[in-house]
Design a protein around this ligand. Structure first.
Ligand SMILES: Cc1ncc(COP(=O)(O)O)c(C=O)c1O
Length: 463
């Protein structure tokens, strides 16, 4: 058993110093709540391919890939050179350039079912506009969303997203609307109906009761914010049939899965044609490109009948990045490489886990997968609570000190990029995982031994 003193330690002096400076100006020391980890907050210097370096000079195999967008690799010269060339001609006109037209043509071409699309800057804006469109098209107000699914930070999306304590979601038979933080008007929250993933019977009952008032179901095809929990066999097919039966629109939130699971995203992967979809992340290799689109009949409510705008919507940098990234995804075997590399990494981890005798399941798709320490296959967000996420968190944090960086929160999947195939990233990640798992299990064993020794001392009479 390795002693804790043998554990590698990360240099963190500069990051700690920057954190102390940052918290004076940025709440929590970062520009997003999801990046604030107190004294452990990470401050980056640079990235190249599948690697990143923090400002203390620590190098990591990047398994976060910026929460998913960097599908090709950091600093991909094919994309960056194109963006650079375009941006020298001016970045923001709030008028339309040909790249914007080309980017949306590519979204239509790659998905094969999107007839029309518009660019936004973020996934948040994309899902927000889709909800508005669905309401406008159907004349109904309510939107069904699944517990544990994240669709961005607008008020309509921050309902029943990702509490640690499942009791906050209400009774399993009667889920409540759980707002994430203060400031979301009750009237807004009341338009959102939380549902449970992989549970068609419950949805049918809901539609029978309230279908006349439901404009759309928004669904991320897998639970991308719960380690990529997968749909059960037939779930998406039945959901599609059910929405059609009740005249309810289906919105696929492909912000994470789009141009990643397949060229045509999760819609292609699962063989589903939704009515509307949001895209972001992989469509711009890390540049802030996003889009929403769908059937012509619905999208044609723009521009006259439904509002959509944005000073930076379709800006030069985003449009150029989207054109080049989508062309690469269409014309090269980048995605096949990403998928094969993900499978190779899973094979390496599987070997380590089987050897360690730990109960686990892989969740998600090889390009974006999670590892759940559990006997039972998770089918919905509530199941995350029954996994050994304390063990996962210890492994993930341990990996940072060993040169590989998954998200420290067990709910976020590992993301693969094309560049991971170009060097020894997979081997390094497996080695870091193996050593971290062993250390975490050793710590557990030590704690358990400590507790029983203490127990023996405090109850010397036994019995
Ligand atoms: C499925 C999904 N939808 C929407 C969003 C919001 O996208 P953005 O962060 O670009 O606003 C995210 C972000 O992670 C996401 O994963």
């Amino acid at each position: 058993m390795a002693s804790p003193a043998d554990r590698p330690q990360l240099a963190r002096a500069r990051q700690l110093e920057l954190y102390r400076r940052a918290v004076r100006t940025l709440p929590g020391g970062a520009n997003s709540n999801f990046r604030t980890w107190g004294d452990d907050t990470i401050y980056m210097d640079r990235g190249a391919g599948g690697r990143v370096w923090d400002i203390d000079g620590n190098e990591y195999v990047d398994l976060r890939m910026g929460y998913g967008p960097v599908i090709l690799g950091h600093g991909d010269a094919r994309v960056d050179d194109h963006v650079n060339e375009r941006m020298r001609r001016g970045v923001s006109f709030s008028l339309t350039t040909e790249d914007e037209v080309r980017a949306m043509e590519l979204v239509c071409e790659l998905t094969g079912w999107v007839d029309m699309a518009r660019m936004t800057v973020s996934g948040t804006e994309a899902t927000m506009h889709l909800m508005r469109l669905a309401r406008a098209y159907t004349g109904r107000n309510k939107i069904v969303k699944f517990e544990g699914q994240y669709h961005g930070v607008h008020d309509y999306a921050l309902i029943s997203v990702s509490p640690d304590n499942m009791a906050e979601l209400g009774d399993a038979d009667n889920p409540v609307r759980l707002t994430w933080g203060r400031g979301i008007p009750e009237a807004v929250a009341d338009t959102i109906i939380p549902a449970r993933f992989n549970n068609i019977d419950r949805l049918r009952r809901l539609f029978e009761r309230e279908g006349h008032d439901i404009a759309a179901v928004i669904v991320e095809p897998v639970l991308g914010n719960a380690q990529g929990i997968m749909p059960q066999e037939g779930f998406h097919r039945e959901l599609r049939a059910l929405t059609q039966e009740f005249g309810i629109l289906e919105i696929f939130d492909e912000v994470k899965t789009g141009f990643r699971f397949a060229r045509g995203g999760a819609a292609e992967y699962f063989g589903i044609t939704p009515d509307l979809a949001s895209f972001a992340k992989a469509m711009g290799n890390g540049y802030p490109a996003a889009a929403f689109g769908g059937k012509r009949e619905i999208m044609s409510l723009l521009p006259e009948k439904v509002s959509h705008g944005g000073t930076y919507a379709g800006n030069r940098v985003a449009a150029a990045a989207a054109v080049k990234t989508l062309e690469i995804i269409r014309d090269t075997d980048a995605l096949e490489t990403v998928h094969a590399t993900g499978r190779r990494l899973q094979d390496g981890l599987r070997e380590v886990l089987n050897e360690a005798g730990v109960a686990y399941h892989f969740t998600g798709h090889p390009s974006m997968f999670g590892i759940m320490f559990t006997e039972k296959v998770a089918t919905e967000y509530r199941d995350w609570a029954d996994t050994d996420h304390a063990l996962y968190d210890a492994v993930a944090v341990g990996m940072h000190a060993r040169g590989a960086m998954p998200e420290p929160d067990s709910r976020e999947p590992w993301f693969m990029c094309e560049a991971h195939a170009a060097d020894d990233s997979v081997d390094r990640a497996v080695t870091a995982f193996e050593a971290s798992l062993r250390a975490a299990l050793d710590d557990r064993a030590r704690e358990t031994a400590g507790v029983s020794a203490q127990g023996a001392m405090s109850h010397p009479a036994g019995g």
